[in-house]
Design a protein around this ligand. Sequence first.
Ligand SMILES: CC(=O)SCCNC(=O)CCNC(=O)[C@H](O)C(C)(C)COP(=O)(O)OP(=O)(O)OC[C@H]1O[C@@H](n2cnc3c(N)ncnc32)[C@H](O)[C@@H]1OP(=O)(O)O
Length: 447
Amino acid sequence: MSTERETSTRNPRPFPYELRTFPVRLVQGKVPDEVARWSEAVALGFYANAPTGAELAKVAALEQVDGRMATGAYLIDAATPAGAWGPEYPVATYAYHRKDLNVGGGTLLPVHQITAVTVRPSHRRRGILRAMISTDLAQAKAAGIPMAALTASEAVIYGRFGFGAATHVCQVEVSSRGGIAFHSPSAAAQGTVEVADVQVVHDLHNEIFARVHAATYGSIGRHEMYRLVASGQGDYSSMEPSKNIRAALHYDAAGEVDGYVTYKPDEAATPPTVKIVDLLAAGEGAYLALWNYLGSLDLIGRVTWDMAPEVDPLEWAMAAKRDYKRTETEDHLWLRILDVPAALAARPYRADGRISIHVADPLGHASGIFRIEVVRGTATVTRCPEDGSVEAELAMGVSELSSMYLGAVTARTLLAAGRLREEKPGTADRFDALLALPVSAHSLTNF
Ligand SMILES: CC(=O)SCCNC(=O)CCNC(=O)[C@H](O)C(C)(C)COP(=O)(O)OP(=O)(O)OC[C@H]1O[C@@H](n2cnc3c(N)ncnc32)[C@H](O)[C@@H]1OP(=O)(O)O
């Protein structure tokens, strides 16, 4: 059980690596060699094309705006065989930038976003990831950041470092031949939708995302590259604009753009299908109106999206509910509380109450007994002495607390799963009553 988890014993084999951290940026208009080699190592790890020359300079300039910091693990005192990448190439990569997370009640919590984690196949399982993430989380904690986040390539890697799955996204297929019939046609026809150049989406992206982010529980900040990805102007492996992405904008009653969808044909699919690249709806009515537009695409029988929320108003707006098919639900945002009092005090509560919890953290940052007292929806969270004077009523790991933070799972479910322990009967339900919010968290950001 995770509350009994211990820091694993480090492999006694020598660790012939040095971790070096540097900003991703241009120096006198050029990409520094260490950034170029680091990017090539990232591309190796993700089986992607490595951007070079002007493309790499564009990526670095965008990441400079994000304040992205890169870490590489470099071989020290070890020769590399002739012909192989030399020690100036990192054998492992890691990066972070800092944005914020919408934790409800209009609060945006600073968050440390981890990405670009790769370890060269020939250096795997020697503790490099453990060294990089332990060092980095300790530095983020020391810098006063209360929460770390990532999106995981595999679900088995990050729990041991205190991360827990905190939001999910769904892949959906919506049958659209003949249009989507809505229970309330007027609800799906608010404002107007019109076709636009994708460049307009590129230019408006940050403004519209800021509105969506501020209004969406569970939303995490987007990095600068996103406006290019959303508008088909480039991504990490190519800055070549895509020719087959189309855009439609939603205008509110005052004629202001308050949402957009970008989409492209999925050429291999039958029936003829378009795939949503990005959909942001900031204004009331924009979401259904954009789906109404997608449903009206002639010659198209299906629309797919791989970032749909778990609770999707579209499913309930459609007259033929079964024309909305959820084909996959996957964990998306993984959170890792670094500072329990700061994180728990930041989010809103709908019920008042008091509870004491014990949190176990394999890396120590969130360990302890904490008393949570909620009065009129605001929590005061106090670290308690661990001298036996305060008895915790519920014991859990930081991974479990991080999964409950935005409501991805309840304490009752984790109790049934053997992942938390009631020291006092009925406390799991009391904790759930305290944490419950009427909305489901959803993040529209891949990073
Ligand atoms: C946030 C992101 O960027 S997600 C993308 C992650 N990157 C990838 O998936 C790219 C391909 N994979 C890799 O590069 C590597 O295999 C990594 C990064 C996943 C792991 O790196 P390594 O240096 O081999 O991990 P390390 O040796 O530090 O292992 C740390 C622990 O995680 C475990 N672990 C690491 N990878 C895996 C895995 N894929 N499955 C199960 N356990 C794993 C190890 O067993 C070890 O456990 P322990 O310390 O509790 O005994």
